[in-house]
Design a protein around this ligand. Structure first.
Ligand SMILES: Nc1ncnc2c1ncn2[C@@H]1O[C@H](COP(=O)(O)OP(=O)(O)O)[C@@H](O)[C@H]1O
Ligand SMILES: [Mg+2]
Length: 253
């Protein structure tokens, strides 16, 4: 690592121009275990990248580096300055009402934008509700509004739908697709759900053994048809790259 990069707060410097995220040869170990072994990643403004990989492969570590929460051991990390993360859990402050959660840490003047963000995620009228009264899907939409109101150039999503039931998950995916199409942040979505990656992303990367084993351009129009033969083929390909054997058709008799 260069001394210059090491001197930056948590190693992240500002990316310029149309590239919102640029990572070169990123290395990160915990003790003797190398988690990221020379990652290269470029995400352009408005691009939606999904990051697949089995549990423990370093997906969260990579997001934390991009968020500036974790310092890399080596390599270059450049990101646009306005970054925000949505996690698997909504992480709401239970002693604050919904609107106060959305604008937490922002000046009072942000409350109008906070109300607009709540309306955008379908929660107009919930401003004064307490987090404990929300369903899991609603709480996660509050977390999305909290991200939205910060107008992120880089939106980092760490398995944001993983704790939701199947139907709520599909609705939340549609909402995120719509919000991203409208606001055009650069998105890095971590997921272990191949369907979700093919449904949402422009590009799907598979993280294996510390590097990207696959970089697949999805290239399907939106809204996406789950049964499009290309989508089916993408899912099959990604599952094979994840080391999951394809389910065979009815056995020959
Ligand atoms: N702060 C830490 N200290 C030690 N080991 C860690 C730390 N954070 C993550 N790890 C380890 O790094 C590996 C990758 O973790 P993580 O990035 O959370 O994986 P993923 O999100 O893909 O499941 C795991 O083996 C995990 O135990
Ligand atoms: Mg993780």
């Amino acid at each position: 690592m260069t001394g210059e990069a090491a001197g930056e707060a948590a190693g992240a410097r500002e990316a310029a121009g149309e590239v919102a995220v640029r990572v070169e040869n990123l290395r990160k170990s915990f003790g003797a275990a190398e988690v990221l072994g020379g990652i290269d990643l470029e995400v352009r403004e408005g691009e939606f990248v999904a990051l697949l990989g089995p549990s423990g492969t370093g997906k969260t570590t990579l997001l934390r580096v991009l968020a500036g929460l974790e310092r890399p051991d080596g390599g270059t990390v450049l990101t646009a300055p306005r970054r925000t993360t949505v996690y698997q859990e909504p992480r709401l402050a239970v002693a604050r009402r919904v609107l106060a959660n959305v604008v937490l840490g922002l000046p009072r003047s942000a409350r109008a934008a906070g109300r607009r963000a709540l309306a955008e995620v379908g929660l107009a009228g919930y401003e004064r509700a307490w987090p404990a009264t929300l369903s899991g899907g609603e709480a996660q939409r509050v977390a999305l509004a909290r991200a939205l109101v910060r107008d992120p150039q880089v939106l980092l999503l760490d398995e944001p739908f993983a704790a939701l039931d199947a139907l709520t998950r599909l609705q939340a995916q549609d909402l995120v697709a719509e919000l991203c199409a409208r606001h055009r942040p650069a998105v890095v979505l971590v997921t272990h759900d191949v369907d979700e990656a093919v449904r949402l992303a422009d590009r799907v990367l598979v993280l294996r053994d510390g590097t990207f084993a696959t970089d697949l351009a999805v290239g399907l129009p939106r809204p996406r048809d789950r049964d499009d033969p290309v989508a089916v083929e993408h899912r099959r390909f990604l599952l094979s790259r994840l080391g999951v054997a394809p389910v065979s058709a009815a056995p020959a008799t």
